[in-house]
Write a protein that binds this ligand. Sequence first.
Ligand SMILES: [Mg+2]
Length: 332
Amino acid sequence: MHNNHTIALALAHSTALGIMTVMRTVLYSLLMVGLVACASKPAPPLETVSAPQQAAAPAPRAADNFQLDMLNAVVWSRTSAESEAVHLQTYETARRTLDAALADRTWTAATEQTGDFSRLPPAIVVDVDDTVLDTTDYMVERARVGDAFSKASWNAYVQLENAPPVPGALKYLQYAASKGVTVFYVSNREVQVPGFKDEVEPTRRNLAKLGFPNTSDAKTILFRDNARGWKDKSPRRAEIAKTHRIVQMVGDNLYDLIDIPNATRESRDTAVESRLDWLGTRWFVLPNPMYGSWESVITQSASGSDARRLKLESIGVPSALADVIANGGFER
Ligand SMILES: [Mg+2]
């Protein structure tokens, strides 16, 4: 823990130094411009003099970069052998279980699967972000600029089409494809919405370049589409279940497996505990300490220090103290 704190402080410090250097350069330039202007012209009105000072308003302090709250999570996800191990372990377990899933025609992984599905061809449903594609590049970019997730920056990131594969995903899905399984990519990346670029084709190309199966067209790519009522994932799983027997599902978010309306921490736990025999056989959950519904069930729509306070309260810190700590203080 001590080392992690030191790293976090050092990073915050170096970021602050960087900002100070930039500010110093800007102020020096403004000063020089001002001096040259003063030497050749009469003194401008006071209002004009104060304008450059307003332009050089203080940059955000490093302590205000709330994206750094997830630094340990991003470093763990991106660099640790433990992260690689748990992803490989999950996908290898899924691969080893797949033959049994295919042989048992009463087997389904989807609560949306109803009626007689014993003769339907098999399918696997996977999420995309941080399930088959590693999006930590985006998290690193957010930490560097000190900004939270935004649709605009995310949409621009998707256009890069350069997310690497999550360890183990490719081997598992290629094995499944070799057994005649169709892979469906069910993601909350969005079909084109006004003001933003399309996310379906860039994602399809990203997946296809890496060798993921069923990516020669977008028929198996089911993204969020409000026009079709596809906000949450359950309607999309129901759509797939009409034509396929969903044998396994993989995701880094509980809602990649089951929707829980008006979720609370308790109802989320219950959804998991009540399907213990599905875990590691039909449902495969990958770790994501960076973001997810586990976080939003606590913070709701709050951000910044309000989100920090709610997180502190969620682990038992009394409200008044949580407020102090969330704003940079400590228990005294
Ligand atoms: Mg995901």
